[in-house]
Design a protein around this ligand. Structure first.
Ligand SMILES: Cc1ncc(COP(=O)(O)O)c(C=O)c1O
Length: 415
């Protein structure tokens, strides 16, 4: 950032907006989702085609092909949403009542809830502080005879350590499923994520970097996993079977043609938007170095490309007069900067997860178990903050306002 411009900006006003001062910024950041006449045309064409159903159509099929190709995967199976995608992948992998799945405590609840919804017990390994992703050593330490699968999340668009996790999964004969709901287009060690494990799941919910409001996808390189997922998505049919022949017990998880039509256009924007987010994230990380107490998450040097669904920072209350991250978030919000506190507690302590896990253990006659301790995750839940991906689509001068607001609050509170 231009240092003089920053000083000029700060000289204008030192009273926090929270206390009646003038906010650093009143203009909105880029809205999300973004669309134009291409999505309108795709939707109208689908409407007028008279075919709104995916099986005989070409919108969802074409999107499955394009999304799989983009992620260097052989097969893509679209489904209703990212939560269902995880459940489908777990079911395809044969994860069942009483099995254990090792996952991360720092994610949206769907990751762990999906395990419980297929009857499995999620076990929570702690995080690496430099990525907020699963620590592979902690994963290995949690393996028991009940463990069936490992379910890492590429949190915020930062890939988990897939080299180490693949090695652990192979060594112990476990299925490896990537929850890539936040990581469209991310790359680990030179390769796109999504089919680096056995299966990978994605979300196209409204906030995601590729969106149709709702939607999901499973990627895999295995024909066997692909056919199992396809069957579960399609009410238990088999690809070659008759219409009323059902070889598996399953529900209907199909996506409608509308979504396929919009997603095809949205996918076409992903590469350019991802590159823009990357460049802006690098600029912002550098610019934030002048703010005491805010440290961008450094990431793993083997991350070839962070998808930046979220731009994450460590917040140090010491530098802000001991104020909590929630107080800082409120002050930033008042200055016109939507910088939010991250997940509030590790999933290992969320009551619905704890209670359902206890219920399954009880039904199996297993002794009660304390929540898995996750001290690094506890720290992230106290001090972790983020900015949404759409802010990184702004101009660099808009990002300067984030730094200006943070300095303003830091000077007011931290001296
Ligand atoms: C990491 C993660 N997993 C799973 C999901 C669930 O996706 P959906 O909202 O499409 O069900 C989300 C999104 O909200 C997510 O962020």
């Amino acid at each position: 950032m231009d240092h003089l411009a920053l000083e000029d900006h700060l000289a204008l006003e030192s009273q926090l907006a929270l206390e009646g001062g003038t906010p650093v910024r009143t203009a909105p950041y880029p809205a999300w989702p973004q669309w134009d006449a291409q999505e309108e045309r795709a939707l109208l064409e689908t409407l007028r085609s008279g075919n709104w159903w995916a099986p005989p159509g070409n919108q969802v099929h074409a999107f499955e092909r394009a999304f799989a190709d983009y992620h260097e995967a052989r097969y893509g199976i679209a489904c209703t949403n990212g939560s269902a995608a995880i459940e489908i992948a777990l079911r395809a992998a044969g994860v069942d009542w009483g099995d254990e799945v090792i996952t991360t405590p720092y994610t949206f609840i769907a990751t762990a809830a999906s395990c419980l919804l297929v009857g499995a017990i999620p076990r929570f390994a702690d995080l690496l502080p430099n990525t907020w992703n699963l620590d592979p050593d902690q994963v290995e330490a949690l393996i028991t005879p009940r463990t069936k699968a490992i379910l890492p999340v590429h949190i915020a668009g930062e890939p988990a350590d897939m080299d180490a996790l693949r090695a652990v999964a192979r060594k112990h004969g476990l299925v490896l499923i990537e929850d890539a709901a936040q990581a469209h287009g991310a790359m680990w060690n030179g390769h796109k994520i999504g089919a680096l494990g056995d299966m990978g799941t994605f979300s196209f919910q409204a906030s995601k970097n590729v969106s149709s409001g709702e939607g999901g996808m499973i990627l895999t390189n295995s024909q066997e996993w692909a056919e199992r997922c396809w069957s579960i998505v399609n009410v238990g049919r088999s690809p070659e079977g008759a219409f009323y022949q059902h070889v598996n017990l399953a529900s209907n998880y199909r996506l409608a043609e509308w979504m396929g039509a919009v997603l095809r256009v949205q996918l076409g924007r992903l590469e350019e938007q991802t590159e823009r987010r990357l460049a802006n994230a690098a600029y912002l990380a550098e610019a934030l170095s002048v703010v005491p107490g805010l440290t961008p998450v450094p990431g793993d040097p083997r991350t070839t490309r962070n998808a930046y669904h979220l731009f994450r920072v460590w917040y140090d209350p010491q530098a802000f007069g001991g104020k909590s991250r929630e107080a800082f978030s409120a002050a930033m919000e008042a200055e016109g900067i939507p910088m939010r506190a991250g997940y509030p507690e590790p999933l290992s302590r969320q009551q619905v997860i704890v209670q359902r896990s206890a219920y399954i253990r009880q039904r199996l006659g297993l002794p009660a178990q304390e929540p898995d301790p996750c001290p690094v995750c506890e720290d992230v839940c106290r001090r972790g903050m983020w900015l949404y991906q759409s802010l990184l689509l702004a101009e660099q001068s808009d990002l300067d306002d984030i730094v200006a607001a943070a300095i303003k609050v830091q000077r007011a509170w931290g001296g």
